[in-house]
Design a protein around this ligand. Structure first.
Ligand SMILES: Cc1cc2nc3c(=O)[nH]c(=O)nc-3n(C[C@H](O)[C@H](O)[C@H](O)COP(=O)(O)OP(=O)(O)OC[C@H]3O[C@@H](n4cnc5c(N)ncnc54)[C@H](O)[C@@H]3O)c2cc1C
Length: 223
């Protein structure tokens, strides 16, 4: 697809540093739930600064939506996106990404790494196929949890939160461990879907291999 300029339709805060951004959908755009696209900001000097963001809308929706964590200290693209308003423009480049739904299992996400799973779980919800899928979601604090209420109503007790920097009743504390994953594995667990920052991906990859999970059952994307 040729790069296409789209207008932002709405922008709202989901957490203290994560925005939901809805934009016009380029007419020829095609993607699968879980896939990402390179985006740049249509402002002088920023047009060629491409960064990857995952669609959190579904392929059939009339608009595209992104769920974007802003890093002001990087002075990069997410900081610029944080400054945009409705009517401002993004440039949508190429679609890519390896995460797609293969079957029931456990989704394991760190921070903004949850975005492909937002799309996949939305799609399963629409198809009435949430089944026994589970989500283990690692964050620093409760305030960092993206769409906590939505995941809770969708997954109930199959939504497991773990916080590294805050001890709270009802939430696991620390980092994702082999034991935490093992506790969630049951007869319905076939696939493991991983997405998050590199240190988390490395650690969880080791936990899964120590549990004897073959790499063919691991679907992953580094953020
Ligand atoms: C396939 C894929 C899908 C993704 N989907 C999403 C998504 O849906 N939502 C989402 O929020 N994110 C997503 N990400 C992550 C997202 O692409 C990055 O957060 C984004 O690229 C950060 O861009 P940035 O320009 O703001 O900062 P960066 O590109 O990280 O940094 C800009 C500059 O700041 C410097 N810098 C880096 N780290 C620091 C630091 N700690 N302090 C100071 N300076 C620093 C760097 O040298 C760089 O030159 C995805 C990533 C991938 C690979």
């Amino acid at each position: 697809m040729m790069a296409q300029v789209v207008k932002i339709i709405s922008k709202e805060l989901l957490t203290h540093d994560v925005f939901r951004i809805v934009a016009e959908k380029p007419p020829s755009l095609a993607f699968k739930a879980g896939q990402a696209v390179d985006i740049s900001v249509n402002r002088p000097g920023w047009e060629r600064e491409l960064r990857a963001f995952t669609f959190t809308s579904l392929p059939d929706d009339q608009f595209i939506e992104f769920t974007i964590k802003i890093y002001p200290s990087h002075n990069g693209v997410t900081n610029e996106i944080g400054l945009l308003d409705s009517g401002d423009e993004l440039i949508v480049h190429d679609v890519f990404g390896d995460i797609g739904y293969k079957g029931e299992g456990i989704f394991i996400a760190g921070g903004a790494g949850v975005t492909p799973f937002i799309a996949i779980l939305k799609q399963l919800e629409r198809q009435n196929e949430i089944g026994n899928n589970k989500l283990i979601f690692a964050n620093k604090t409760k305030a960092d949890i993206i769409l906590e209420g939505k995941f809770h109503s969708l997954l109930g007790s199959n939504f497991i939160n773990i916080l590294s920097d805050e001890e709270l009743k009802g939430y696991d504390y620390g980092y994702i461990s082999t034991e935490l994953i093992k506790k969630q594995i049951d007869g319905n667990t076939k696939y493991f879907y991983l997405c998050g920052p590199e240190p988390m991906m490395l650690a969880v990859g080791k936990h899964l291999s120590s549990l004897g999970v073959a790499s063919s059952f691991i679907v992953r994307e580094d953020f």
